[in-house]
Design a protein around this ligand. Sequence first.
Ligand SMILES: Cc1cc2nc3c(=O)[nH]c(=O)nc-3n(C[C@H](O)[C@H](O)[C@H](O)COP(=O)(O)OP(=O)(O)OC[C@H]3O[C@@H](n4cnc5c(N)ncnc54)[C@H](O)[C@@H]3O)c2cc1C
Length: 589
Amino acid sequence: MSVDVVVPQISDGVTSGKVISVAASVGDQVEADQTLIELETDKAVVSIPSPAAGKISEIKVSEGDEVEVGAVIAVLEETEKETEEETEEETPATESKPQQEESPQDQKAEETKAAAPQKKSSAKKSPEPPASTGKDLVVIGAGPGGYAAAFRAAELGLSVTLIDPEENPGGVCLHRGCIPSKALLHVAKLITESQESAAIGITFAKPKIDVDRLRAWKNDVVEKLTGGLGAKVEKQKLNYIRGTAQFKDAHHLEVTDTDGKTSQLEFSQAILATGSRPIMLPGVEAGSQRIIDSTGALNLADVPKSLLVVGGGYIGLELGTAYAALGSKVTVVEMTDDLLPGCDRDLVSLLKRRLDKTFEDILLKTKVVELKEQKNGVAVTLEDKKGESTNRRFDKVLIAIGRKPNTEQLGLDKTQIKKNDKGFIEVDGQQRTAEQHIFAIGDIAGEPMLAHKAYAEADVAAEVAAGGKAVYEPRAIPAVVFTDPEIAWCGLTETQAREQKIKIKTAKLPWRGNGRCLTLGRDDGITKLIVDPENDRILGVAVAGPGAGELIAEGVLAMEMAALSEDLRKTIHPHPTLSETLYDAAKRL
Ligand SMILES: Cc1cc2nc3c(=O)[nH]c(=O)nc-3n(C[C@H](O)[C@H](O)[C@H](O)COP(=O)(O)OP(=O)(O)OC[C@H]3O[C@@H](n4cnc5c(N)ncnc54)[C@H](O)[C@@H]3O)c2cc1C
């Protein structure tokens, strides 16, 4: 029988694609599901498989052709045997499914995969409490912890309800954290590099910044990712409830939907993933036009002429960097002795050297004692370590002094769940709370409050909830500050080694001798290996320089594999790359 092979429905909003490879020729004998054509859409690369075994009688496309969904790309003479075997569940060629390039096991790839589908896809459903089946799991909060846990649990066969007030999953990370901040930092990089290229003989005109268009692009990035997660919720048949939940007791939740309507939900197991929110200065309310938190800064209402960033941690420095590149005169005020408290000083000093030029001022050992919002700005009283105060005026003030876990509205007092003295929920190595059937993951379960730590805990909680054996015991959790230069580290820091009196040997490699660094027009950077002097085992890795956030992944892998510095030395690194700094640092030990 002759069968037309057609371009199947790829995903909502995608109507055509470009043929990037034709993997079969006329006369070829092909198996069912064998890839015939690969198409590139603006969202993904899609393989079009043969719907059945048979012989290709016609190929109707060539590489480079643009083809519409529904177009015939090949004709197949189906073999008799296959036709007989599959008569009962025959899949017509017109319904052949694309094999999207995705790895369902990898929760951390969600953001990338999410870029593929429907921008506007909504996961919104009204509360429909399912009856408790013993195999059901409710996940409260759909940030990186919650959505990753929900998807993993569904893959493992649990019936999952996911609750979050947003239209689509994403949490702080996608809606108002990691992703929008990195979009703005990309813009900062473009602007800075174009300005600095004058030194190598390339001059651009002063950038014109269309804030509305920039904001729309940033929002579009967020919508693509969150819409993709919404589509995945539907694909995995999760019960997504748009609302908030709180415990009535250890097996029942009250769910309030976005219209204020409440319903009861019984559950067998639950995962708490309600994340965190910004801490404000005492007496200061979030939501003002001029005194903003990270969410307000990422909304990018405008680019103020002057901006005071309160807090020299990673969020303050990243957002300060973005606004400075867009044209704000940025001042940073930090109460402690230095920026990025907790991070090794040699890395920070490298960053500070550059930030001294990027920012108008960096005021250390200084605190804000008063903020008064006025018609044309904010009057700020600052006090230094000696107790001397100064008055300054800024167009806007960004408060970035830390984040606190969202535990208050959860009705935890109706359960046995315990919090520690920092307000985080106490969990064991399997992410179980004091209620053995309730797990907690992500920011609510302790530091570091980072999306990738939430993903890792999500896997553990979901696997344990599904009856598997899993434990959360990473050897290293990377931390990245996406400033310029970037700073990244994992494992033991020199500061910790000193504080804990741990004997270490270090190798520090400045980047000024690295070929790739110089070809980037930069000479600032450092790679540091911290090893055990007894056995040469890598205990920590730290990198400062452009792209440090990518490089640190090698350090994390080295630590997870219990590598020795010799392993790094014997690993062939591509040339010329910044990754060679890890190899060269290892040679110094
Ligand atoms: C500006 C900024 C930049 C950041 N950059 C990075 C970065 O580059 N890399 C990184 O790793 N991390 C970064 N983070 C931190 C990262 O966003 C968080 O660590 C991460 O989002 C935590 O994930 P989570 O799942 O624990 O919670 P969240 O992402 O906070 O999600 C929790 C969700 O639960 C919902 N929720 C709360 N209460 C309830 C309730 N009662 N019922 C139902 N739902 C509820 C919330 O609305 C939210 O959607 C950044 C954060 C900020 C603010």
